[in-house]
Design a protein around this ligand. Structure first.
Ligand code: FPP
Ligand code: MG
Length: 325
């Protein structure tokens, strides 16, 4: 089952995604054009789904849920606009990025606008919800900074990688689950299980994404294979490959990272060598282990079928990534 159909099975109330950016309608086109473009080219709404599904465990006011869902999606958009700016990416979800289409200044300011909108939406939801999201933003910024310091660093350890993905992805995914639970009025032990569920799901989600970046071309991703390698971002497949490759192979990666614009052929060749080394099987195993832990957390919470479907959807079958192994 695809993520889109999991979401559509949720029977979203029309209010849920509503029109979170209505206040900007009369603003200048330098703002409305890129923001509308971002909304039109919107992604999978995973974070919205998590807030929504977690709130279903309790009872909530429709308006609170609509605000919370819109706030997390707005923050997610802000973070991606800034991330693409930092990475100088040209493509996201199969569409030209804001930085590439309108320039880096616009991307910076559009991200700031979305970030401010997120807090305008959140404010009426109270201090607890606000604190969860504020803590997450600190985690995300700190992790992105840490990721920058480890850029092109062949000595990056597994623990460094784990700390980075915990902060940049798992913290936010966990926050969405907790916020849903808070909106639903769940008791503290359930919020704590939602927190753990979200962390495990988020770690699985990011390791999956990093693994897919080395997998065979997958047109559904909307970004080119080998992007992390091209940008010098050291993720799990490369960390594991470096642990077992020859000194010559290591030296080659070192020289690729020193080059300002490595030839695409060399990136593709290296991706294919990393695939052939079998490390994607280990990455898939880790994804599935974190998903098992996420599923275990669900056993202590009211049953919401879509969350089980989501866990199953994210499972990785390594044979589909490395057909030769
Ligand atoms: C995408 O991951 C990026 C993130 C998960 C976090 C980005 C966070 C920031 C830029 C800092 C916080 C900013 C705000 C406004 C709160 P990725 O780079 O692994 O994925 P990708 O390959 O799709 O780019
Ligand atoms: Mg990125």
């Amino acid at each position: 089952m695809e993520l889109d159909s999991i979401s559509s099975n949720m029977k979203w109330e029309t209010a849920v995604l509503g029109d979170p950016l209505a206040p900007m309608r009369n603003r200048h086109s330098v703002l409305t054009e890129p923001v509308s473009y971002l909304l039109e080219t919107g992604g999978k709404k995973l974070r919205a789904l998590l807030v929504y599904a977690s709130a279903q465990m309790g009872s909530y006011r429709d308006n609170d849920l609509a605000r919370a869902v819109a706030a997390v999606e707005t923050l997610h958009l802000a973070s991606l606009v800034h991330d693409d700016l930092l990475d100088n990416s040209h493509l996201r979800r199969g569409f030209t990025t804001v930085n590439h289409r309108w320039g880096s200044g616009t991307a910076l300011l559009v991200g700031d606008f979305l970030y401010a909108r997120c807090f305008a939406l959140l404010q009426p939801l109270g201090e607890q919800v606000m604190t969860v999201l504020l803590d997450t933003i600190v985690d995300m910024v700190e992790a992105e900074l840490k990721q920058l310091t480890y850029q092109k660093n062949l000595h990056t350890e597994y623990q460094d990688y784990l700390a980075i993905i915990k902060g940049k992805t798992a913290s936010f995914i966990s926050a969405c689950c907790q916020i849903g639970g808070l909106i639903g009025g769940l008791p503290p032990p359930s919020i704590s299980w939602l927190n753990r569920f979200g962390y495990n799901l988020g770690l699985a989600y990011q390791i999956r994404d990093d693994t897919m970046d080395y997998a065979l071309t997958d047109s559904s991703r909307g970004k080119p294979t080998g992007s992390d390698l091209r940008q010098g971002t050291v993720t799990l497949p490369l960390i594991l490959y470096l642990q077992k490759c020859s000194p010559d192979a290591r030296a080659e990666i070192d020289s690729l990272f020193r080059s300002n614009s490595p030839p695409p052929g060399q990136i593709n060749q290296l991706c294919s060598r990393i695939r052939d080394s079998g490390v994607l099987t280990d990455c898939s195993q880790l994804v599935n282990d974190y998903l098992d832990q996420a599923a275990e957390c669900l056993e202590s919470l009211p049953i919401i079928p879509v969350l089980y479907q989501l866990v199953d959807y994210l499972r990785l079958d390594s044979s589909s990534l490395t057909p030769n192994n």
